[in-house]
Ligand binder design. Structure first.
Ligand code: AMP
Length: 284
């Protein structure tokens, strides 16, 4: 695996690869890698000659500075895992390398309602920060395909929108959420859970699974209320539990029994904020 710390050198290298007709798959991450990240690496390897992973904890997407300070950094372990996964390139830039002119952005990305609902509502500025870093990364890497996890459902929608806004010819592949054996979605933030918190953490998956199994056409109020109570009784401080149209995340208060849906939740266990989502099958 080749490790690049400088954007200029990475760009020059990728340019040569492109001239040879090789396709690049890009997996952007914030490190503290786990099997979920590695599943994206494998997805990329299936369809591209070159797989590039970036590890960059982007300061501009943290609306809470404490969350940024406490975000786990495991660079040595990340390099080891990526080597073992036969990843071709790791891009490991500094903040100065990504934001040579400083972290304040002049650009406002027109994300529409995606910015005001769910994560957008509870993490003001978060998606602007995500777009800011992703525009820079995409302009350095110019990948053929971008690999994202369904775990961050709303982020996938935001990045689809970004790619339209900046008119970049990149395909987006959304990969399924990898889970621990008890259902907890794998996440770098799980490293911050202590033993009792880790035991409770599966509650977020269970609440979503409860919605998936019990949703019926008609009002969604009761089931959302029950799921919220389940989480609170489990020790979570709930930001939201919601049911949305899978297509565009528009919130659904009354379900027609046909429209494909996704249930989403975000909740704190003490200091650690977890998010998860499940697509609700509509075969009945
Ligand atoms: P992060 O390092 O949390 O920014 O995540 C980097 C990428 O990995 C994002 O596209 C995430 O959606 C994806 N990802 C995170 N957790 C998982 C998971 N459990 N399964 C699959 N993909 C994931």
């Amino acid at each position: 695996m080749i490790i690049f710390k400088r954007a200029r050198e990475l760009r020059a290298y990728l340019h040569k690869m492109k001239d040879k007709g090789l396709k690049t798959g890009f997996v952007p991450t914030m490190g503290a890698l786990h099997q979920g990240h590695l599943s994206l690496i494998r997805a990329s390897q299936k369809h591209n000659e070159i797989t590039l992973c970036s590890v960059f904890v982007n300061p501009t997407q943290f609306n809470d500075p404490k969350d940024f300070e406490k975000y786990p950094v495991r660079t040595e372990d990340d390099i080891y895992l990526l080597e073992r996964a036969a990843c071709d390139i790791l891009f490991l830039p500094t903040v100065g390398e990504i934001y040579p002119g400083g972290i304040t952005s002049g650009t406002h990305y027109a994300l529409g309602n995606l910015e005001n609902i769910l994560e957008g509502m509870y993490r003001p500025g978060h998606f602007q920060g995500v777009c800011q870093v992703m525009e820079r990364l995409l302009n350095i890497v110019h990948p053929d395909c971008l690999y994202l996890g369904q775990k961050d459902y709303q982020q996938c929608m935001v990045l689809k929108r970004l790619v339209e806004l900046i008119q970049l010819p990149v395909r987006i592949e959304i990969c399924p959420t990898l889970r621990e054996s008890d259902g907890l979605a794998m996440s770098s933030r799980n490293l911050r859970l202590n033993v009792p918190e880790r035991e409770k953490a599966t509650g977020i998956f269970k609440a979503l699974e409860f919605i998936r199994q019990n949703i019926e056409p008609g009002t969604t109020n009761h089931i959302l209320y029950d799921a919220q109570v389940m989480l609170s009784q489990n020790g979570f401080k709930v930001d939201y539990v919601a049911i949305s149209k899978a297509e565009n995340l528009e919130l659904v208060n009354h379900w027609d029994g046909k429209t494909p849906l996704v249930a989403l939740a975000a909740a704190f266990l003490n200091q650690v904020r977890l998010i998860d989502n499940l697509l609700l099958e509509t075969s009945n």
